[in-house]
Design a protein around this ligand. Sequence first.
Ligand SMILES: Nc1ncnc2c1ncn2[C@@H]1O[C@H](COP(=O)(O)OP(=O)(O)OP(=O)(O)O)[C@@H](O)[C@H]1O
Length: 254
Amino acid sequence: MEKVIELKDVWVRYGNQTILEGINLELKEPNGLLGIIGPNGGGKTTFLKVLLGLLKPYRGSVKLFGKPPEKSRELVGYVPQYKGFDFDFPISVWEVVLTGRMSHTGLLKNYREEDRKAAEDALKTVEMFEYRDRQIGQLSGGQRQRVFIARALATNPKLLLLDEPNSGLDPHMQDELYRLLDRLKHKMAIIMVTHDLSAVSVYVDKIACLNRKLHYHNSKEIPIEDLEATYQCPVELIAHGMPHRVLSNHEGNP
Ligand SMILES: Nc1ncnc2c1ncn2[C@@H]1O[C@H](COP(=O)(O)OP(=O)(O)OP(=O)(O)O)[C@@H](O)[C@H]1O
């Protein structure tokens, strides 16, 4: 079976600042949830952009499903951070999800029956179909996030990338989000970038830490040295009801 992701010695820089340094990552399983943690500015969003083919490494190779990212776009769903999004922008839930099909249709108004069906299925998957005629600005933060996930699901991706999907959500909404991801991860591979270290310890199947360099051991266990190298400070592990672990560090979690 084709590997979901294969990165070999990937280096990325902005100007003369190196952001990603010698990244190697192999993800073979077609499903499961990988959490990527790391400090602010550590390169997590940059890393996702490399997977999406939006940024080209100056060294190294990137393959998704055996192909370069620009040839595997339709297999990848992306839920970016929407922190700059103007929620007064007049667009309905239905239209947001349909934009997820735009690479298929070209123009939104020309969508076909299969686009309509894909958008409907995606909204049903995230349990938001009954909200399809609402304006996006009329939804709660958790509901919006579900709609954006539906948008990413509208192409039936085999890999779903989420950039801090829990940010700005209250604990109850976060819980619902993680339960949704828990369901989705049986159908696709998911990578979630997050600062929520306690959620990572509970919900993900595997963890990677990123701060310029990526530390990954194809497991949920991260050696304390890797955590300290990533956060560049002493890290304390707190037992939190076996078998989960919660990390405590300078970012104040939990
Ligand atoms: N377009 C850009 N041009 C120049 N530098 C950039 C650009 N985008 C990001 N950077 C820099 O690259 C570094 C990594 O940024 P990135 O957004 O990937 O980090 P991050 O780990 O996602 O951070 P956060 O957790 O705060 O979202 C930062 O120092 C940032 O200032």
